[in-house]
Design a protein around this ligand. Sequence first.
Ligand code: PRX
Length: 633
Amino acid sequence: MRSYRDFHRESIDAPEDFWRREASRIHWETPFDTVLDRSNPPFARWFCGGRTNLCYNAVDRHLATRAQQNALVYVSTETGIESQYTYAELHAEVNRMAAVMRSLGVKRGERVLIYLPMIPEAVFAMLACARLGAIHSVVFGGFAAPSLAARIDDAKPVLIVSADAGARGGRVIDYTPLVDEAMSRAQHAPQKVLLIDRKLAPNRVKASYFVDYEPLREQYSDAQIPCEWLESNEPSYILYTSGTTGKPKGVQRDVGGYAVALAASMEYIFEGRAGDTMFTASDIGWVVGHSYIIYAPLLAGMTTVMYEGTPIRPDGGIWWRLVEQYRINLMFTAPTAIRVLKKQDPALLRAADLSSLRTLFLAGEPLDEPTASWISDALGKPVVDNYWQTETGWPMLAIQRGVEALPQKLGSPGVPVYGYGLTLRDENTGEPCATGEKGVITIDYPLPPGCMQTVWGDDARFVKTYWESVPGHQVYSTFDWGVQDTEGYVTILGRTDDVINVAGHRLGTREIEEAISSHASVAEVAVVGVEDALKGQAALAFVVLRDANAAADPAAAKTLEASIAATVDRNLGAIGRPARVHFVAMLPKTRSGKLLRRAIAALAEGHDPGDLPTIEDASALEQIREAVANRAA
Ligand code: PRX
């Protein structure tokens, strides 16, 4: 058995040797000449000169040995559809989709925006982009039209791929009105929207730019589209994520580094092998979906299970029955899903044959101890917490069981992953923290392969946001607080910025505030995250109204709260809807007018806000305290 410590040290001391070896996991059409180009920090370029293709590595390469093995198992408890695609069938579908996209003008280096529910065509579309060398930008189906329009304008796609509708919890969500509104709002709307008609929305919007996929798929049913060999550092995709400002950042990723990093993670972190079946219950709109529903399992020659639905419909045993039915070996989800399942009848879990399952992986938000203990006892299998971000694309902290099965410590996602020079630093001096001291989690230059290359179209923002926030040191900031113990285990202590995490979904409080501000009655608003037993965090909004009397009586306040929630649904999407809207006469601010967010969040959670900078009017704090107390009563 390898020693974790030596393995990690080698990856940091001799990254070129380490990653040259790992690079042999994928096919290179042309070998690279330089493993790592450090000539322009903080930018790093991996496997320079090498030419490869993500789709080739995920699909074509397996045809010789596993053409008849399932590549994709699809289950929708919303529509009742279950289907399976072998690697040969996946190859055919991806070729058809690539041919259709090409016929609509998609070329290498151009963007394709994918706004789709969890359907197999989403996988085909992403892989088809990779095949053509086009850059996909998947936008989570829960985002509303203005958010979609903002992403269209940033990515400037030549094509959008969408569907008539999504479905969640038995409710159909029409997509075409959203797409239509986004198309008219956007400055850079593409000419065409390729539409997958699931026949769920009989009254779908009929606009001239919609092109139905099905007849084109028929037309190109025998198409063979060659893979574009891309230089390792050409972009593979853009994925927008939230930060401190209201404007989402387009995280841009490369081709070769991403393929190598994911393939290596499959062995060292996930212990997944070719022929295994992996079920990642996430969404293609998030990074976990990109990396561990689609690319990593397919790169490794595994079967991936894609699921549309909730974990409790038709009942709370559905996921466990899928494990039994498809002999699932690896499962990956967010702690919120486990907290939801914990409330279900335990007999549902015990009724299923879970003998195929080896490990459950959890990521995206803190894993609390009661949830961790409950699920590891109930399953009797290892539960592996892992910590990472959209920006990194694959785990930064984990027990790397494929390297060395170090013991777990409840409350910690584990130790730094190979490749990451992870250091906790003092927020004021930038110096490394002493053991046990709280600091900002940072990564030393260079980021390992697979991490973000830059912010799409904005190198300056990439440098300024991520590499210049720790004083005196050019290191990558995760914007997470942590603390490290003597054995190297890190515990996450929350974000340093205004990002919150609701049910494993990353949201910017500024984005929610912007949505709320557009409501005609709202003068000012502050949104903060507070602890929530089920979702990890919940968003609370504190609103100052233009007319203070508008919410004077409880009935009026209730109506106003509902109409503010509806504004958020329309502008950002229901995922951003605050759990509560409190009306106050003023918000606590410093004398220079800066909102005291941390103080608001502390008060909202019932804590003492601690030492405060000079505050403009201390009674504002009292109002927050009262608003929360009154509503709780
Ligand atoms: O705050 C950390 C939290 O989620 C953030 C990243 O969210 P996102 O970009 O959506 O990527 C999720 C990829 C799994 C982090 O900055 N976070 C993620 N994983 C954990 C976590 N917090 C605690 N424990 C984790 N395992």
